[in-house]
Design a protein around this ligand. Structure first.
Ligand SMILES: Nc1nc2c(c(=O)[nH]1)N[C@H]1C(S)=C(S)[C@@H](COP(=O)(O)OP(=O)(O)OC[C@H]3O[C@@H](n4cnc5c(=O)[nH]c(N)nc54)[C@H](O)[C@@H]3O)O[C@H]1N2
Ligand SMILES: Nc1nc2c(c(=O)[nH]1)N[C@H]1C(S)=C(S)[C@@H](COP(=O)(O)OP(=O)(O)OC[C@H]3O[C@@H](n4cnc5c(=O)[nH]c(N)nc54)[C@H](O)[C@@H]3O)O[C@H]1N2
Ligand SMILES: [Mo]
Length: 767
């Protein structure tokens, strides 16, 4: 049996082969801890949910471009490639001629799949730049709040989001980790672009085996790594800031704070202290005050603060905490708490962000140059913070505030998506559907009939990573994987590069887009350019042909002894930060000058405006799924085996379930102020009473597709979440938390239809 061709995915390298028409996927010998997500890949390529032919929505084809609420429930008509290319080229020309390039919204947020050349966002951005540019989106759904806040606090050249302190430093020096959001190992399976060796979970295991105390502050026990000295501290969701402030209060009033560090390394401690002690607002931030908010006993907060001061303590915050209303506050308050302890810059002390959020956080920081497809230049200024997409479509030309500025939404007439799934990633699907009825034309490139593809006017069938050759690489990974094509695309599907090349030809700019290169020419070009860039960095990768036949190449391993802000803490005069004060800004005059009541000038406890109520008494955690990446391959085994009654499982505490007459395995209806969905109940004491947990990523399955506010029959959590920014500062995604109620479902049980293609796209049998 041949070993299979090397290829890669966001969840790691693999080998794949086709024998007797069967695609088989095996782990790659490079990876000692292959991810369970690999099991999703074998059946995906030939699945009936594949888009096999170019498709156009009937209403758009017959009536022409224009706003339409038929999107998402209209029939599709199969066209041939030449017709699709001509229609799409003419529509792009029309929109540019009439409204200008800013009327093309090409943000196209999403993870696509691994491979640097076929990276869908790079492809679509390069194409749209070739035809004059597009309105773009900035920042991510992942770290929307932190990526705007942290440059104000630590300066723009400290990348505190991606875990600047190595796992091995924590293993050697840290004696206590206080982990807000826990250290969920499930999230370490993936990294954007791939992860050759899954080393994070093993590194975490070593830290715990070595006797480091972990206090996992989280509503979900599943976020606690296994180990004898791991303590679960259940907290009410969205209240971590109150607990952090109370911990700081105990340290300051007990004279356990590091005055020297606060005076010489930080700016604005006086304001923070006035707030902590109650001089600013009359409310001392005592453990008793915090107990009422967080549900964590005052005595426990008090004891924990003393332990933190007595240990080499690492204050860790998962990204999830900032994906909520006022999401700027948790990371800022955690930095303030770590500063009060005075251990920032000491090996194993200080602040960390994203440990347990992403597979490459805590690994050696390489900052590799990557082989990438040049995206060209975008002359259009118009932009939105990424999670304001529905707001933009519903309010063309309206003003919005962002990071101290006032801007206007572009008037998007054509929405272009390639490599992302807004019906997975965006909040409040009912509102998103009304927003997507607004533009003249929606274009979606997709391998699968996701809800996003179903809401398109023009559907472009894309090849998957098995159906093309590419180079797998990611930011902290020492390996480049030669991704060999494993099989041909089904039907008429083809790579996004081929589609854009044909479109560019129809619009008279083929050479500008392709630079007359085939797929293989481009792989060689971007590889050789990369080889030139890394040469001299103690690395000597082989020429392209050698790399390609070897299947991968590897840079020397980097040391992971990096400590965030070590040099600065050691000598703050020689190593100034790029903040206005040159120091860590525990209070920011810049942010204060913006005058935002939703993001004041220092870390502040702000009561969420849509917290639990009589109608929606439970808080739902909409966290990342353990057994898939986002919505990807939801129809495949590793994801399907987790479903309950065919629906996404919702975790509930028995004491919340019993009074509601809900049994384990039963079908439930979850409702919020925004909408509702069905889910399958799982009762467990591993979730804090008052909380329920439903992962993101179940494909949207409206019971009544013609109704934008239809309940989802399959458990898409974003039918429930609210579409509001974190604050006027960052306008980040707030999808992590929503107030809900849950009841048992009565009456007939609707079938799950999420993975069945829409009308007009008859499912073809698997090849
Ligand atoms: N409520 C709530 N919502 C959330 C979050 C949350 O915590 N709570 N988390 C948010 C976060 S952090 C993120 S990053 C987002 C993720 O949101 P997305 O990145 O949009 O989610 P994916 O499911 O990865 O979507 C990628 C899509 O690209 C398609 N694709 C794969 N390869 C190709 C290709 O070669 N070409 C083309 N054209 N398409 C391809 C896949 O089939 C898939 O549909 O979700 C966000 N949404
Ligand atoms: N398997 C898998 N791994 C993934 C992904 C995936 O889709 N699948 N997606 C990747 C992506 S794109 C990203 S951005 C990262 C996201 O990384 P994160 O945002 O950190 O991940 P989540 O799983 O959403 O949240 C982590 C934990 O935070 C806890 N939590 C939620 N709200 C609160 C709160 O208010 N307070 C406290 N103390 N805890 C809270 C939840 O119990 C949850 O398990 O994950 C990455 N890793
Ligand atoms: Mo993300």
């Amino acid at each position: 049996m041949s070993p299979g061709r090397p290829t890669s995915s966001h969840w790691g390298p693999l080998r794949a082969r086709v024998e007797d028409g069967e695609l088989t996927v095996d782990p790659h010998e490079l990876d000692p801890h292959p991810s369970s997500l690999l099991r999703n890949m074998g059946t995906a390529n030939g699945h009936p949910a594949r888009i096999r032919h170019p498709m156009v929505r009937r209403g758009w084809l017959e009536n022409g471009a224009g706003p339409s609420s038929a999107r998402g429930h209209d029939e599709f008509v199969r066209v041939d490639w030449s017709e699709l290319t001509a229609l799409l080229a003419a529509e792009l020309d029309r929109v540019i001629d009439l409204h200008g390039n800013a009327a093309i919204f090409g943000g196209s947020y999403g993870w696509g799949s691994a491979g640097r050349f076929h990276h869908p966002q790079s492809q679509v951005h390069r194409f749209l730049n070739t035809i004059g540019g597009y309105a773009r989106s900035v920042n991510t759904y992942s770290t929307g709040a932190s990526s705007v806040l942290l440059p104000h606090v630590l300066g723009h050249d400290v990348d505190a989001i991606h875990g600047l302190t190595g796992w091995s430093v924590l293993a050697e020096h840290t004696t206590m980790i206080v982990a807000f959001g826990g250290l969920p190992a499930k999230n370490l399976k993936v990294a954007p672009g791939g992860i050759t060796r899954h080393r994070g979970a093993a590194a975490l295991g070593r830290i715990i085996d070595d006797g480091t105390t972990v206090v996992a502050v989280t509503p979900s026990r599943a976020d606690c790594p296994a180990g004898p000295d791991v303590r679960w501290c259940p907290i009410n969701p969205g209240t971590d800031v109150a607990m952090m402030l109370a911990l700081a209060w105990v340290l300051v009033t007990g004279h356990l704070h590091d005055i020297e560090f606060l005076r010489t390394r930080c700016a604005g401690y006086e304001q923070l202290e006035a707030y902590l002690l109650g001089a600013e607002d009359g409310v001392p931030k005592t453990p008793e005050w915090a107990e009422g908010i967080t549900g964590v006993a005052a005595a426990e907060i008090h004891t924990l603060a003393l332990q933190m001061a007595a240990n080499r303590t690492f204050v860790s915050v998962t990204w999830s905490l900032q994906r909520a209303r006022y999401g700027e506050q948790p990371p800022w308050t955690a930095i303030a708490l770590a500063a009060v302890l005075g251990q920032i810059g000491m090996p194993g002390g200080g602040f960390g962000h994203g440990y347990g959020s992403m597979g490459d956080v805590g690994l050696p920081q390489r900052r590799n140059p990557l082989p990438t497809l040049p995206q060209g230049h975008n002359p259009v200024d118009a932009f939105i913070p990424v999670a304001r997409v529905a707001d933009m479509l519903l309010n063309p030309g309206a003003r919005f505030e962002y990071d101290g500025g006032v801007h206007r939404y572009p008037d998007a007439r054509l929405v272009y998506w390639c490599g992302g799934n807004p019906f997975h990633h965006h909040q409040h699907i009912g509102r998103l559907r009304r927003a997507l009825a607004m533009p003249d034309t929606v274009v979606v490139h997709e391998p699968f009939w996701t809800a996003t593809a179903r809401h398109a006017d023009i559907v472009v069938p894309s090849a998957t990573s098995f159906e093309r050759s590419d180079i797998g690489a990611s930011r902290n990974d020492p390996c480049l994987v030669a991704m060999h094509q494993v099989c041909d695309p089904p039907g008429e599907a083809r790579t996004d590069y081929e589609t854009f090349s044909e479109l560019a030809a129809a619009m008279g700019v083929r050479s500008a887009f392709t630079e007359d290169g085939s797929e293989r020419d481009w792989l060689r070009r971007i590889y050789e350019r990369w080889r030139g860039e890394v040469a001299g960095q103690k690395a000597d990768p082989p020429p392209f042909d050698e790399f390609w036949s070897a299947g991968h190449t590897e840079l020397p391993d980097a040391p992971d002894d990096q400590v965030m802000l070590r040099d600065f803490a050691h000598d703050p005069d020689a190593f100034r930060l790029s903040t206005p004060s040159g120091r860590i800004e525990l209070s920011s005059e810049t942010i204060r000058s913006f005058g935002y009541d939703d993001c004041p000038g220092h870390p502040t406890w702000l009561l969420p405006d849509a917290g639990p109520s009589e109608e929606y008494p439970l808080t739902l955690l909409a966290s990342q799924p353990a057994h898939r990446l986002h919505s990807q391959l939801d129809m495949c085994p590793a994801s399907q085996e987790t479903k309950v009654g065919g629906r996404e499982p919702v975790l509930m505490h028995p004491e919340d379930a019993t009074p509601r007459d809900i049994a384990s395995g039963g079908l439930v209806v979850i409702s919020s102020a925004q909408g509702s969905c069905l889910a399958g109940a799982v009762l467990t004491r591993d979730i804090k009473k008052g909380c329920v947990q439903l992962s993101t990523g179940a494909w949207y399955d409206p019971l009544d597709p013609s109704d934008p506010d239809s309940p989802c029959g399959h458990g898409n959590v974003n039918t429930l979440t609210a579409d509001r920014g974190t604050s006027r500062l960052a306008q980040g995604c707030t999808g992590q938390l929503v107030s809900v109620d849950v009841r048992a479902h009565r009456g007939p049980v609707p079938p799950v239809r999420a993975h069945i293609p829409p009308r007009g796209a008859a499912p073809s049998p698997s090849p």
